[in-house]
Design a protein around this ligand. Structure first.
Ligand SMILES: Cc1cc2nc3c(=O)[nH]c(=O)nc-3n(C[C@H](O)[C@H](O)[C@H](O)COP(=O)(O)OP(=O)(O)OC[C@H]3O[C@@H](n4cnc5c(N)ncnc54)[C@H](O)[C@@H]3O)c2cc1C
Length: 376
């Protein structure tokens, strides 16, 4: 019997958890997974059919569905709550899971950690990867908090601020000059499906019930051409733009924003050419591709990466599999990044012109969802 392939997964975010699960169910891999942070990054995430299909393929869909709420309606309203566009997603006949769900990130992390524990794999928190030296047939990894170790394969799943990206590609993420603000709050009366409200200044608020009585709230703040603002300035701007909404529940929203727990993130965009590897170091998830959440697909592409990487590693030796992985991912991911970035930049144009956002193009959104349903 040949020796197992020793794999280090650097990062226990959505991509890292998915990779570890996808490999754990296959024979022949010995997996370590480390992450400096004890808690996942972000607040909640929408997972569309392609994410769920990949989670089903790696046998972890049940815990994820148990932690999620179906999210099948995309409803856009004006600031006073008047409907502008409404699309109800259809789950194709025979598809054994909803076409889209929403899940808070803590629950998602727990749902993905449990099957790993059943395989005897524990995530080691408090340990960061500080460097990777790529060698013939493997790589030596240095850590903050433990001695260097050699692995046969290193999967860089260390997110948008990736340390490992620079070892593999020269390209850096572009900043489409828009901020995302996110928080969780109490349910709002009458809100039973995901709804976005478009404000007068190209700002939109999305409110998504999480199924446990709470609501995931997010606000996109276009800031084209403006310098980076500090946290207090952004919160002051949030306070001001919220006064411009008058939909039912807007007063409660204003009164109950958990100001200390508002998560603020600049959006990023990145879609490099293959290969996404250098030797036995391969990148997955936001470490190698990033997009604004205007297609709600960054996590979905990270989960698909995991499925495809494990699929290729199940067919061929490591080097051949890593080449095939990059070839299989680049064009599909590029299309998703382009769709998401285009929609983000269109909002910035509206912001510059000083007009409310154009409502979503329902036909384009439906075509995009159909594309996501195609095989990766
Ligand atoms: C506002 C906003 C809303 C979004 N909404 C959606 C959505 O609805 N649907 C969707 O599909 N996507 C969405 N996304 C995108 C999605 O969050 C990301 O694409 C997804 O989290 C990427 O997963 P990841 O594992 O690559 O990165 P992350 O989830 O960021 O995980 C990276 C992990 O690496 C760890 N790490 C960092 N440095 C090191 C190191 N040196 N060594 C080891 N580990 C390290 C971090 O601690 C972290 O746990 C959204 C993004 C934003 C900003």
């Amino acid at each position: 019997m040949s020796a197992p392939v020793r794999v280090l997964v650097a990062g226990a975010g959505i991509a890292g958890f998915a990779v570890a699960n996808a490999l754990a169910r296959r024979p022949g891999f010995e997996i370590d997974i480390v992450d400096p942070n004890p808690r996942p990054v972000g607040v909640a995430v929408g997972l569309s059919s392609c994410a769920l299909r990949s989670l089903a393929a790696i046998d972890v869909i049940e815990p994820v569905l148990a932690a999620s709420a179906p999210s099948m309606t995309l409803h856009m309203c004006s600031a006073d709550g008047t409907t502008l566009v409404r699309v109800d997603r259809q789950t194709p006949e025979g598809q054994p899971y909803p076409d889209n769900v929403i899940v808070d990130r803590e629950s998602l992390a727990r749902a993905l950690a449990a099957p790993l524990a059943a395989h005897g794999i524990e995530v080691v928190h408090g340990v960061a990867v500080t460097g990777v030296t790529v060698e013939d047939g493997g790589a030596t990894v240095s850590f903050d908090g433990r001695d260097p170790q050699r692995y046969d394969l290193v999967v860089g799943a260390d997110g948008i601020g990736s340390r490992l990206r620079g070892i593999v590609i020269d390209e850096r993420p572009r900043d489409p000059e828009q901020l995302g603000l996110r928080w969780v709050m109490n349910a709002l009366p009458g809100l039973d499906h995901g709804t976005m409200y478009i404000g007068p200044r190209a700002v939109k608020i999305g409110l998504w019930p999480l199924g446990d009585g709470s609501v995931y709230a997010f606000l996109t703040l276009p800031r084209p051409g403006l310098p980076r603002a500090d946290r207090q300035e952004v919160l002051d701007e949030l306070r001001e733009v919220l006064t411009e909404f008058s939909f039912p529940g807007a007063d409660q929203l204003r009164a109950e924003v958990p100001w200390d727990d508002v998560h603020i993130a600049p959006f990023q965009s990145l879609a490099p050419d293959a290969p996404w590897r250098r030797g036995r170091l391969v990148l997955v998830g936001d470490a190698v591709h990033a997009m604004p959440p205007h297609g709600s697909s960054g996590a979905a592409m990270a989960i698909e990466d995991a499925f495809v990487l494990a699929d290729e590693l199940g067919r061929a030796g490591v080097d051949e599999a890593l080449e095939a992985f990059g070839r299989r991912r680049v064009e599909r991911v590029r299309r998703v990044v382009e769709y998401s970035t285009r929609n983000c930049l269109a909002e910035n144009e509206d912001a510059v012109a000083g007009r409310p956002l154009r409502p979503m193009d329902a036909g384009e959104a439906v075509r995009f969802w159909e594309f996501l349903r195609t095989e990766p």
